[in-house]
Design a protein around this ligand. Structure first.
Ligand SMILES: Cc1cc2nc3c(=O)[nH]c(=O)nc-3n(C[C@H](O)[C@H](O)[C@H](O)COP(=O)(O)OP(=O)(O)OC[C@H]3O[C@@H](n4cnc5c(N)ncnc54)[C@H](O)[C@@H]3O)c2cc1C
Length: 333
């Protein structure tokens, strides 16, 4: 199909910035570019009708790191780098809250909990040893101590085989699709053009700009392009060395007997669960099958789904019957 003059010049050309990927990062990038310079002509291109990566598939935790996750990060980073990373996450969350209406995205500050089973005693002791350090460093950023022991929590929530819980008052939960909708309408209101259903196959640098080549040989022309495709980034930028990892999730039908309220972490962040009203969402278990989960293909597997169901059945809501309603996966970099 031939493009009209209008389409060619006003829909697919003359952009100052072409952003590929309309997840949280792509949309936020467009919003902040327009805030810095409202005259910029910005478009965001995504292959999906809605973003199709991680931003609409995730668990909706507004979190910045459980204590054991931070200690685990110390294996590959210096403690000051871990603090810098947490600070970025924290400041990112504050910026996000300024951009969108908290009520519209079902943002609830119900706190976060990290569970330690009897087998995790050593890990728990390590967390206690490092708690003062992280509390004092994060106090400089957040203004309060973040982590505290909550010895009555296991009984309160009805967990089985959980000996200790660490509480974080600053974690919250939200509805990720409502967040994306809010960011999209914010971007549109600032004059950002949102182009959906276009897969970007390549980006070509020209002398005086770029050509973003999409399916059906459609070409979008602009001055610069920015790639916000997360787990799929290597496809457009092969030298970037971004590994794609799949994360699987399940959600139950309403389980009226459960007492969960908030966001919960287990096993150094590899497992996470939360309530959504009377339902329970649980995800993770990537460490049960690292090799298979290192992929950019969506899909669910028995190995991971069985792990999630077992944790739910044996530890989280022991003795309470539940039925799984939906299972899905997302891809992250
Ligand atoms: C199951 C799961 C649970 C998670 N839970 C949480 C959580 O509770 N809290 C939290 O903070 N984080 C969570 N995360 C991580 C979080 O979702 C991501 O860090 C975040 O969404 C990344 O946003 P993004 O914009 O970088 O990427 P994405 O949302 O992945 O966006 C990338 C976009 O690029 C598009 N795209 C890719 N390739 C192309 C192409 N060639 N052409 C055009 N478009 C393309 C995709 O369609 C996609 O919309 C979770 C992730 C997963 C997968």
């Amino acid at each position: 199909m031939e493009l009209s003059y209008w389409e060619k010049t006003s829909a697919y050309a003359n952009y100052d910035v072409i952003i590929v990927g309309s997840g949280i990062v792509g949309l936020s990038t467009s919003i902040f570019l327009k805030k810095i310079n409202p005259d910029l002509n910005v478009c965001v291109v995504d292959r999906g009708h809605i973003p199709t990566g991680a931003s609409t598939k995730n668990a909706g935790f507004a979190c910045f790191g459980s204590l054991s996750e931070l200690i685990d990060d110390e294996q590959s980073m210096q403690p000051n780098e871990v603090i810098e990373l947490v600070e970025k996450r924290w400041r990112g969350l504050q910026l996000l809250k300024q951009l969108v209406n908290k009520d519209t995205i079902e943002y609830e500050n119900n706190g976060g909990y990290e569970l330690f089973t009897e087998q995790d005693e050593l890990l728990y002791r390590n967390c206690l040893d490092r708690m003062d350090f992280y509390n004092s460093e994060l106090n400089k950023i957040i203004g309060e101590n973040v982590y505290s022991e909550y010895e009555g929590a296991a009984k309160h929530f009805g967990f089985n085989n959980v000996s200790h819980v660490i509480y974080n008052d600053y974690e919250a939960q939200l509805n990720p699709v409502l967040l994306i909708k809010e960011l999209s309408s914010h971007a549109s209101s600032l004059g950002v053009t949102l182009l959906n259903g276009l897969n970007v196959d390549a980006i070509q640098k020209l002398k005086n700009g770029v050509e973003v080549i999409c399916n059906d040989n459609l070409i979008i022309k602009g001055r610069i392009a920015t790639v916000c495709t997360n787990g799929f980034a290597e496809k457009l930028l092969p030298n970037l060395n971004v590994e794609a990892h799949r994360a699987q999730v399940l959600i139950t039908y309403p389980v009226p007997q459960h007492k969960l309220k908030g966001v919960f972490h287990y096993d150094k962040g590899y497992y996470y669960f939360r309530n959504i009203g009377e339902r329970i969402l649980i995800g993770g278990a990537r460490n049960a099958d690292f090799d298979k989960e290192q992929t950019d293909s969506f899909g669910i597997t028995d190995t991971i789904q069985n792990k999630l169901e077992s944790l739910l059945k044996e530890t989280i809501i022991p003795g309470i019957p539940f039925t799984v309603d939906q299972r899905w996966s997302g891809i992250m970099g």
